[in-house]
Design a protein around this ligand. Structure first.
Ligand SMILES: [Zn+2]
Ligand SMILES: [Zn+2]
Length: 113
C-alpha cells in the first residue's frame, strides 16, 4: 500500500474535492464535535459528573481522518473514516498538547472584590 508524502497531503487539503467533503461531514455531524458528544454520553451512562467546559459539546471546526490520511490515502474521502471534531479534541486525538487550556488560569481570583 502506498504512503502519501507531505507534499501530497498538503496538496490534498487544498483540493476542492476535500473542501467539499469536509463541509459535507461537518453538516452530517451537525457541526458538533463527536468526541465531545461521546464524552457527555459516556459520562451520563457511567454517572460521572463533568465540570466547566467538559459539560458542553463544542462546535466542530475540523474534520479528522480516523485512519490517517498519509497511511490510508484510499480512505481520504470515505465518510466512515471522517469525523467532525473541535480543536481541543482533535489535538488530543493527535497527541498534541492542548495549549488552549493553559491560558485561562486564575480568572476568579482577579475578579475577587
Ligand atoms: Zn470536542
Ligand atoms: Zn486529524
Amino acid at each position: 500500500m502506498k504512503i502519501m508524502t507531505d507534499k501530497e497531503v498538503k496538496h490534498f487539503y487544498n483540493k476542492s474535492e476535500w473542501k467539499c467533503k469536509r463541509e459535507q461531514i461537518l453538516s452530517r455531524d451537525f457541526y458538533e464535535c463527536q468526541d465531545c458528544r461521546r464524552r457527555l454520553e459516556e459520562a451520563s451512562e457511567k454517572g460521572i459528573v463533568l465540570h466547566g467546559e467538559d459539560r458542553t459539546i463544542r462546535a466542530a471546526n475540523e474534520v479528522h481522518h480516523i485512519k490517517e490520511l498519509k497511511e490510508y490515502p484510499e480512505l481520504a474521502l470515505v465518510d466512515e473514516n471522517l469525523i467532525s471534531l473541535c480543536t481541543q479534541c482533535h489535538n488530543i486525538r493527535h497527541g498534541r498538547s492542548p495549549h488552549r487550556f493553559v491560558k485561562r488560569k486564575k480568572r476568579l481570583t482577579e475578579e475577587k472584590w
